[in-house]
Design a protein around this ligand. Structure first.
Ligand code: ZN
Ligand code: ZN
Length: 293
C-alpha cells in the first residue's frame, strides 16, 4: 500500500525539528501497527525505517518505537497533482507550487516561500492577514484581491496589487487567475443580512497552472455560479456558520464535479476535523483531508 507523504517529528536523538518525508511507504501489519519506511533520503537517517503503534486513522499518538518518532495526525500536509504541490496552511490558506508559488488567503503563516502571486478572497481577518502577507511578499509579488482589501494593503511592498470584481480573468507570468462570485444565501448575521452578501463582490478564484484548474471557493454557500467547467481540484469550506456546512459542501461537490476536493475553513475559527471527515464521507468525488503544513 502506497500512501501520501506523512509529517513526522523526531523526538529523540534527532534534533527536534520538523521533517517532511516524501514517498513514505506505509505497511499495515496484522496488529494494525504502522511501519513507515522512508524511501527518500532523510537529512539525518537516510533509509532507516521507523515503526509506530496505531492506525492511519489515529491522531496525535506518540508511539514507543526504536527511533521515537511521533506521527502528526496521520495525514499528509501536501497533495501532489500532476506536478503541482498543494499545501494546506490551515483555515482557508493554501500554497500551490510548481516553479511559481501561489498563495491563497495566507493566515497565521509564520514563515514561507517568496510568493509570485497572492490571492485574497475578502477582507475578513481570517482571510486578509497583513502579517502573513508581509512574511511571503516581495517586490516581485502580484496580489489579486477586492478593491476593499487593496485599500487596506496600501504600503505593502509588492510589485502590484490588482483589484478585481467577480468575472475577470487575469494572466500573470503564464498563470491564469479567474475571479468568481462567493457569497452567502442562507447564513445571516441578522435577519436579511448575510455574512457575505452578493453585493459586496467578494471573491473565489480559479487558478490554472500547468493546465490544472484549481477552484478556491472563498467564504460562500452553495451558489449557482459554482458550476465552473473543468475544475480539477476544488477547495471547499465545510465549517458551517459563515460558510457551507459539510453537507452543503458535499452537495456542491456534485454540481462542481471536480476530480478532487480538499476541505477548508475548519480547525481555526469555527469547525473541526469532524466536519472535514463528514464532507469526505458525503462528497461525490475523491477527497483529500490535509494536515496543516
Ligand atoms: Zn468571511
Ligand atoms: Zn472565513
Amino acid at each position: 500500500m502506497r500512501a501520501s507523504p506523512f509529517s513526522v517529528v523526531a523526538t529523540n536523538r534527532i534534533p527536534p525539528s520538523h521533517f517532511t518525508f516524501t514517498n513514505v511507504l506505509v505497511l499495515l501489519n496484522s496488529q494494525h501497527d504502522l511501519v513507515l519506511r522512508n524511501t527518500n533520503p532523510c537529512p539525518k537517517r537516510s533509509g532507516e525505517s521507523v515503526r509506530a503503534q496505531g492506525s492511519v486513522a489515529d491522531r496525535g499518538f506518540i508511539p514507543q518505537c526504536r527511533h521515537r518518532v511521533r506521527i502528526l495526525g496521520g495525514l499528509a500536509s501536501l497533495f501532489e497533482y500532476q506536478g503541482l504541490k498543494i499545501s494546506w496552511l490551515g483555515h482557508d490558506g493554501f500554497k500551490i507550487k510548481n516553479g511559481k508559488t501561489v498563495y491563497i488567503d495566507p493566515y497565521q503563516v509564520k514563515a514561507g516561500d517568496e510568493a509570485d502571486i497572492i490571492l485574497i478572497t475578502h477582507e475578513h481577518f481570517d482571510h486578509l492577514s497583513s502579517g502573513s502577507i508581509k512574511r511571503i511578499a516581495s517586490p516581485k509579488t502580484t496580489i489579486v484581491t477586492t478593491p476593499v482589501v487593496k485599500s487596506q494593503l496600501s504600503g505593502t511592498t509588492v510589485k502590484e496589487i490588482l483589484a478585481a470584481k467577480p468575472g475577470q480573468k487575469i494572466l500573470i507570468d503564464g498563470i491564469s487567475v479567474e475571479t468568481v462570485p462567493s457569497y452567502n444565501v442562507n447564513k445571516f448575521r441578522s435577519p436579511g443580512e448575510p455574512f457575505h452578501s452578493k453585493q459586496e463582490e467578494m471573491l473565489g478564484f480559479i487558478v490554472t497552472m500547468n493546465g490544472v484548474r484549481i477552484y478556491h471557493a472563498g467564504d460562500t454557500d452553495s451558489i449557482p455560479e459554482m458550476e465552473h467547467p473543468n475544475v480539477d481540484i476544488a477547495l471547499l469550506p465545510v465549517s458551517g456558520t459563515y460558510v457551507m456546512t459539510a453537507e452543503e459542501a458535499a452537495e456542491a461537490s456534485k454540481r462542481i464535479k471536480p476530480k478532487v476536493a480538499i476541505p477548508m475553513h475548519y480547525g481555526s475559527i469555527v469547525g473541526d476535523e469532524r466536519d472535514a471527515e463528514r464532507f469526505k464521507k458525503l462528497a461525490s468525488c475523491e477527497v483529500h483531508v490535509l494536515s496543516k503544513e
